[in-house]
Design a protein around this ligand. Sequence first.
Ligand code: ZN
Length: 424
Amino acid sequence: MRVLSMFLSLFLVLPLAAAQVSDTLDIWVIDVEGGKAVIVKNPSGETMMIDGGMPDMAGRGGGQGMPGRGGAPGGAPGAGAPGGAPGMPGMGGAPGGAPGAPGAAGAPGGAPGGGRAGMPPQAGAPGTPGGPQRAAMPAEKDRDLNRVIAAAKLAGVNAFDVYLVTHYDVDHAGNVPNIAGRYPTKLFVDHGPWLENPKLGAMNKNAGDAYLAFVEGKPRTIVKPGDVIPFKDVRITVLTSNEETLQKPLPGGGQPNPFCPAELLPPTKGDDNASSVGTLWEFGKFRMADFADLLQWAEMKLMCPNNPIGTVSLLMGSHHGMPASSSPALVHALGAKATITNNGERKGIAPDVVKTLRSVPGGMDIWQLHYSTMAGAELNAPEEFIANMKQQECQGFAIKVSARRDGSFTITNLRNNFSKTYKP
Ligand SMILES: [Zn+2]
C-alpha cells in the first residue's frame, strides 16, 4: 500500500516538477523572408503568436518582389490586384492537418554554415535610396505557414493564448487567418480599425481587410498605450498603438533623451506601419522592446524629449532593418545588448540602420534572420549571427531567445547552434 501511494505520488509530482524545470521565457523568431512571425512561451506554459508572415502566394505571379509597403505594382484598381483576399479564413480549420512542414525551423544539428564562399555578396546597388526593399513572394505553397508550423512543433505549441497582430501589412497580418484557423486562439490583440490611409496599396489593404473580417466576433482586445497585455510571468506594456504613444513614463523612465534630434520628424499619414503595436516585455529583470514596423516619426514621438522606458536588454529589430525605422532616438536610448533583425535576403539591412545599430553606446550584437545580398559583406553581421544564408532552398531557420528572471538571456542560431549568453 505504501509502495503504491509512493508510486502514485511520484506520478502526481513528476509532471509538475518537469513543467517547472524551465523557468525561462522562450522566444522563437521565425524566418519569413522579411516579414514578422514570432512564437513566445512563458514559464507557465502560456503561448503567444506575433504576426505570421505572408499568406500563401504560390503561383500568384513573380518569384519575388512584392512591395515592402504600400503600392501593389501597377495597382490598377479592379485589375485583379495581386494577392486578392489573402488568407482565406476557414482554410485549414482542422488542427493537426499539418502539411509536411518542410525545413523544420531549426532542426538542431543543421549543417553548420554553408559558408560565405557559396554566396558572394551581390555588389548591386547597396542601399540605393528608394531601391527595392522587398519581401520575397513565396513561391513555395504555404511557405510561411509551414515555417510557423515547424517552429510551433519545436516549441511544443498547439494553441495560442494570445495572438498579437502588430499591424495590417501583408507581411505581418496576411497569414494570421491561416495560422489562427489551425491553432485555437483565445484572444486577439491589435491596434483597432484602419486609420485614414490614402497611400495604402492593394496587397496590404487586402491583407488588413481579410484580418479585420476574420477577427470579427472573436475575442479581441484593441490596445492603447499604457495597456498591459495579459500573459503570465511577463508584464507586457503597450508603448505604441494606432499612432499614439505612451504619455506617462514607466517606473525608472522619464529622463531626458540625449539622442533626440534638434527637430523631430513630423507625422506622416497614410502608412499603417506607424500604427504598429509596440511593447515592452518585463520578465524579472529581463527587459525587451519590440516595435514591429513603427516609423521614425512615431519612435521620436514616444522617445522625445524624455525617454519613458529606460534601457532594455534585448531589442527586437524594427521594420526588417529598413531605414524608415530605427532612429538613434530610439535605438541608442534603449541601449540593448543585442538585437534580432527580421530582414530578408533583399529586404532590410540598410546602411543607415546598420550604422545606427553598430553605434549603440556600450555596443550591441546584431543578429539577422537572413544574409542580405543587397547589403554586401561589409554591412552583414558575422556569419554565425545569421540564421539563413540564402533564399534559394532556404530552410527557414529560426533564432531562439531564452530569457531568465535575473536579466540574463541566451540567443541561439538554430542553423548552426551558435549561441551567446548575455549577462544581466
Ligand atoms: Zn513589415
